[in-house]
Write a protein of this length. Structure first.
Ligand code: ARG
Length: 468
């Protein structure tokens, strides 16, 4: 049943152990990377004379046929295939005979698998940056379109201070800009090629590692074979970036769920990103946003799974490390689809200007403005905070708005409260008074939009450069 590789064993593996130990069920996804790597390794072997020119051609062409077979619909691995690396070698043997056995010269599955996985992180790290750039573009466009729409800002999900919707949406833009940095870090950490580390000590063949690395798109080769064979930091770096990005999307999803409720009525998702109810004909549910919210913990769990598997693991390779792949693949699938959905969802979301404005017109949101007015009269902020707290309590108890309080009533709270109190309660001033850099006022907001355009341009340029 099994494809035991050596004559060291007399016994077949126990079927239970075999199922436990084999990774082909999930590592088949490494196949295209494994084939690319094997072709580059074969050229490296040619360079030191282990393969003749003719043998190299047979191996490279044979690997191309293996690639085609693997992508043919209905292709099935054999029961005896332990992992993708053994399977590719077996299939190459079917194509070119015993010559296939020369391919594994100067290579161990330990440096082979580390190299394949680093290639996956490079490909999908770049894809994540590209998708993040697309979502950042959507956020920026929506922010531009809603740069002067007031809405209530919240803390503790209690109305706090008004902000412009454009300013709120740009908060997500900057979160995703940091996600780009984290994925770029993962890309850098995966750009060091482990191949050549062998099982752990290096190999007996002086293959030109730099040439192999250049062919496979790595920037450098690892300096230490022990580290090369045992390093999975680049997977953790990808998972960390994906976990944080996914957490960001969960916060956006959560806000959209709340905002699209009838109670808030701040926004509506396009029908194409909503679902109906099987029983209530009137329902249009924000399932896309709810799933963004709920997908996030599985990515974080992937990080926890792998850091758990690696923790306290003696150098170098341990089979524990085979557990790197499922969390990585699941994170790749989850974050990529989440970003694609976010992009589509944001393209079609519409906001309700009147609902947002009505909610942001609540005079209580001006409490901090009144406190600052007192500060301008020389009252220490803490004291002003207390005075305004008293005003708010009186208004709430008498079921009045702040502006219903008469000048005489104001004087009872503070001698400094004069007509400017009523001016401060004019709504637009609460937003425009936030003139500080990074504030919601339209002057700093214009500067922020400008900065965001620059940041997005840099992300897009980086993707174009990497794809060229
Ligand atoms: N399937 C293995 C993995 O993913 C490949 C490396 C096997 N190496 C070994 N020494 N058994 O980790």
């Amino acid at each position: 049943m099994s494809g035991r590789q050596t004559s060291r064993f007399r016994k077949e593996p126990d079927p239970r152990f075999w199922r436990f130990n084999r990774s082909i069920e999930f590592d088949w996804r490494l196949a295209p990377y494994d084939i690319d790597q094997s072709q580059a390794h074969a050229r490296g072997l040619r360079g030191i004379g282990v393969l003749s020119e003719e043998e190299l051609t047979l191996i490279v062409d044979g690997l191309e046929r293996v690639r085609e077979r693997l992508t043919t619909p209905g292709f099935q691995f054999a029961d005896g295939d332990e992992d993708v690396h053994m399977a590719v070698e077996r299939l190459l043997g079917e194509e070119i005979g015993p010559l296939a056995g020369k391919l594994h010269t100067g290579r161990s599955r330990n440096d082979q698998v580390a190299t394949d996985v680093a290639m996956v992180v490079q490909a999908h790290g770049l894809r994540a940056v590209e998708l993040l750039g697309a979502v950042m573009g959507r956020l920026l466009a929506q922010a531009e379109a809603h740069r002067d729409w007031p809405m209530p800002g919240y803390t503790h999900l209690q109305r706090a201070q008004p902000v412009y919707l454009g300013h709120h949406l740009l908060a997500y833009f900057w979160m995703l800009a940091r996600d780009v940095l984290r994925f770029q870090f993962a890309l850098d950490s995966a750009s060091v090629m482990p191949l050549g580390s062998g099982a752990l000590a290096g190999v007996n063949w002086e293959i030109d590692r730099e040439a192999v690395a250049a062919e496979l798109g790595f920037d450098q080769v690892s300096h230490n074979s022990i580290d090369g064979a045992s390093n999975r930091d680049f997977v953790l770096d990808y998972l960390n970036a994906a976990a944080i990005a996914s957490m960001h999307l969960s916060r956006l999803g959560s806000e959209i769920v709340i905002w699209s409720s009838t109670e808030f009525g701040f926004c509506r998702l396009d029908e194409s990103f909503s679902s109906g109810s099987s029983i209530m004909p009137q329902k249009m549910n924000p399932d896309s946003a709810e799933l963004l919210r709920a997908k996030s913990p599985r990515v974080a769990a992937g990080y926890a799974t792998l850091i758990g598997a690696m923790h306290a693991l003696p150098l170098t390779y341990g089979k524990d490390m085979q557990e790197d792949k499922e969390p990585l693949f699941d994170a790749i699938d989850t974050i990529e689809l989440s970003l694609e959905v976010t992009d589509g969802m944001l393209a079609g979301v519409s906001f309700d200007r009147e609902r947002l404005e009505a909610a942001s017109g609540d005079e209580m949101l001006a409490a901090t403005e009144v406190a600052d007015l007192l500060v301008r009269h020389g009252v220490p902020f803490r004291e002003a905070h207390g005075i305004v707290g008293g005003l708010v309590r009186e208004a709430v108890e008498r079921e009045l708005s702040l502006s219903d309080l008469t000048p005489a009533e104001l004087k009872r709270h503070s001698e400094h409260l004069d007509e400017s109190f009523y001016e401060v309660l004019q709504r637009s001033s609460w937003l425009e008074s936030k003139r500080i850099a990074g504030g919601t006022g339209s002057v700093p907001l214009a500067a922020q939009l400008e900065a965001a355009r620059g940041a997005l341009g840099a992300v897009e340029a980086r993707v174009r450069e990497a794809q060229a």
